[in-house]
Write a protein that binds this ligand. Structure first.
Ligand code: AMP
Length: 418
């Protein structure tokens, strides 16, 4: 079933959204993009004459905690929807069930943070540090058992299920995947946001216009290894940027000073270079770096060849020659995936490389390329530089996007398609 085909008139929809928005110390929302992203789905349901039960998580609570209460976003949600949204102080229990049952067409109920219950994630909590393997196994079994009841209860509130939370689609949690089995195929569907995400990933995986270039930045090779290996089977150009540059440089015998490096991944870096060569992939590495004498925005800086970084100095961004090389490859591409900054973009003095990459992607996009930007930090980059509207698609998913591109089946997606 697709959301466009479905008529919500007189129906109650359980909608799983990702309202995990950042809050300041006074619980003001500092970035409401995730809430806005779900509006088309919520508005369609209301326009049809349906009612909505919204489920979400906020942060990583270990149990009920005021700090992580979704009540902090209630007023803003009401403003965005133009409807006074009701709130259930507990996603389980009498109140939620009664309020859900009483919902009239056009009404909305926001449930309290689903992760106040360990059953949402299905992981035991509060285990003693010295718990034995048997105790751990028993606790896991217990939470899995009670997870069934939890999931069934959530499902009982509604006639249909809509998943619009791409950011958690790679997790087989109660409300993101398990709940779907309580609804038949005609009563479960993706929301509009999820549909767009799935389509964007599909374009990068299955509808590739060449050359296809991936820019992988960020801090560590180890966290990106699976995706890099997988991309070697797909891309024409693989640009390696960010902190992982220096693991490659050191592996090739270069001097990297005190740059971030994973010494246990040197062989892996060489192996990836070998694999790229075998597969005919053009692996593009930095040739120069903007180096600093401290990990600080105020450090002294200079440019130098990437393999001649003096002792006591570290590479915190790419240099101008590298910017040019990267931009050249990007501008000649027809499909582009960007994950991870080229440097420590949180420091103003080391944003130049990431900005240059972003600008090259915008130019390529103007010339007809399809560009997908994903992963928290690269999204923060395009937003910071005001470039979001110039790329084809900015994904809301970090881990979910990478796992999808690795070719993994995401539980949240599979649960709807089953
Ligand atoms: P990731 O979460 O793996 O995508 O990494 C993003 C983080 O990598 C950002 O916080 C950057 O500050 C950091 N990063 C990028 N380049 C470097 C570098 N040269 N040295 C240290 N950290 C870096």
């Amino acid at each position: 079933m697709t959301i466009d085909q479905f008529n919500f008139a007189g129906k109650k929809a359980f909608v799983r959204v990702d309202f995990n928005v950042p809050l300041d110390e006074n619980f003001n929302i500092t970035d409401d993009n995730r809430m806005r992203a779900a509006l088309p789905t919520l508005k369609k349901i209301l326009a049809d004459g349906g009612s909505i039960i919204i489920g979400s998580h906020l942060g990583r609570p270990k149990g009920p905690a005021d700090k992580f209460s979704l009540k902090h976003i209630l007023n803003h949600l009401s403003e965005l929807l133009g409807v006074e949204v009701q709130f259930a102080n507990d996603c389980m229990g009498e109140e939620a069930a009664v309020k859900a049952a009483a919902l009239q067409p056009g009404e909305v109920l926001l449930l309290e943070n689903l992760r106040f219950y360990a059953e949402e994630e299905g992981k035991p909590r509060g285990l003693a540090e010295d718990a034995t393997d048997e105790e751990k196994a028993a606790a896991k079994k217990a939470v899995k058992e009670s997870q069934k009841e939890f999931t069934k209860k959530l499902a009982s509130y509604a006639d249909c299920y809509v998943n619009d939370a791409f950011g958690t689609a790679h997790r087989a949690h109660a409300s993101t995947a398990l709940i779907a089995k309580y609804f038949d195929k005609d009563n479960k569907m993706f929301g509009y946001l999820m549909e767009k995400e799935v389509k964007a990933v599909d374009k990068v995986l299955n509808d590739i216009k060449r050359p296809f270039t991936a820019i992988m930045g960020g801090s560590k090779v180890s966290s990106k290894i699976e995706i890099i290996e997988n991309l070697l089977n797909k891309v024409d150009n693989l640009i390696i940027a960010g902190g992982m540059t220096y693991t490659f440089t050191k592996a090739m015998g270069g001097k990297i000073g005190i740059s971030i490096c994973e010494d246990d991944k040197l062989d892996l870096a060489l192996d990836l270079m070998k694999k790229a060569k075998e597969k005919g992939v053009n692996m593009v590495l930095a040739v120069d770096a903007k180096i600093a004498d401290a990990f600080s925005n105020d450090a002294n800086t200079k440019f130098c060849p990437v393999d001649e970084i003096p002792d006591g100095w570290e590479g915190l961004d790419i240099g101008p020659k590298t910017e040019e090389i990267f931009a050249d490859v990007i501008k000649n591409s027809k499909t582009i995936l960007w994950n991870g900054p080229t440097g420590v973009f949180e420091f103003e003095n080391f944003t130049h490389g990431s900005r240059a990459v972003g600008e090259a992607i915008v130019e390529a996009t103007k010339n007809g390329a399809f560009s997908l930007v994903g992963g928290g930090d690269s999204v923060a980059c395009v937003n910071k530089f005001g470039l979001a509207s110039g790329v084809s698609y900015v994904s809301t998913g970090g881990g979910a996007l990478l796992e999808a591109i690795e070719g993994k089946v995401l539980p949240g997606i599979a649960a709807i398609n089953e």
